[in-house]
Design a protein around this ligand. Structure first.
Ligand SMILES: [Fe+2]
Ligand SMILES: [Fe+2]
Length: 202
């Protein structure tokens, strides 16, 4: 990937920025998401170079304190809705998109949206957004109980992967007492009739 196609930093410098903003574990996760995003992009018809770049930068603001994430968002003039304000776990995605646009010069709207919505999802996602959303949930190091199943399911069908993933996320948010918010709610609604036909049992 030539990162200069997507931002104003060559890849070596972009990597230094990423490493300065996150610990080793998160940096390794970012590399894994980028790799997985390329695989899913090639399989499902998104631009693999954009997918790789978006995967690499998707958590560019996750390693900084929540208050800093919020001030990046507010300084960009973005007003979060009430549910998003109650869910600090979503802030790094919004802040990440702002950071990408303002600090490293990303102009591609699809890439910015893939970063912006990688945690919440939203209704009517582009293929690139879907690919990054699922690459983040199924990157190689993910080892939550259903990770292997979700990975295999996503390899079988991107839409079934999303249907399964968003239902799991919505259930988890409910269990933990967080609102699912309008974007996750819209994705859940859009996928409510998608049946899981994949035969491998969990
Ligand atoms: Fe994230
Ligand atoms: Fe991530």
């Amino acid at each position: 990937m030539n990162s200069l196609e997507f931002c104003n930093l060559p890849l070596e410098e972009l990597n230094l920025v990423l490493k300065s903003r996150m610990n080793e574990h998160r940096y390794a996760h970012s590399l894994n998401v980028a790799e997985r995003a390329v695989f899913l992009a090639e399989k499902y018809g998104a631009d693999p170079e954009k997918a790789e770049f978006a995967g690499l930068v998707h958590d560019i603001c996750k390693g900084i304190p929540n208050e800093e994430q919020l001030s990046i968002i507010e300084n960009a003039g973005i007003r979060l809705d009430e549910d998003t304000l109650k869910s600090p776990a979503l802030w790094h995605s919004v802040a990440g998109a702002v950071y990408c646009e303002h600090e490293i010069g990303v102009t591609d709207e699809d890439v910015l949206n893939a970063v912006r919505y990688h945690t919440s999802g939203r209704g009517n996602m582009s293929i690139l957004e879907k690919v990054v959303y699922m690459a983040d949930l199924t990157s190689a190091e993910r080892n939550y109980p259903d990770a292997e199943y979700t990975r295999n399911l996503t390899d079988y069908s991107l839409d079934e992967g999303i249907a399964y993933g968003v239902r799991w996320i919505a259930g988890d948010l409910e269990r933990r007492g967080f609102p699912k918010g309008k974007d996750t709610g819209a994705l859940l609604e859009e996928y409510k009739n998608v049946e899981i036909t994949f035969e491998e049992r969990k």
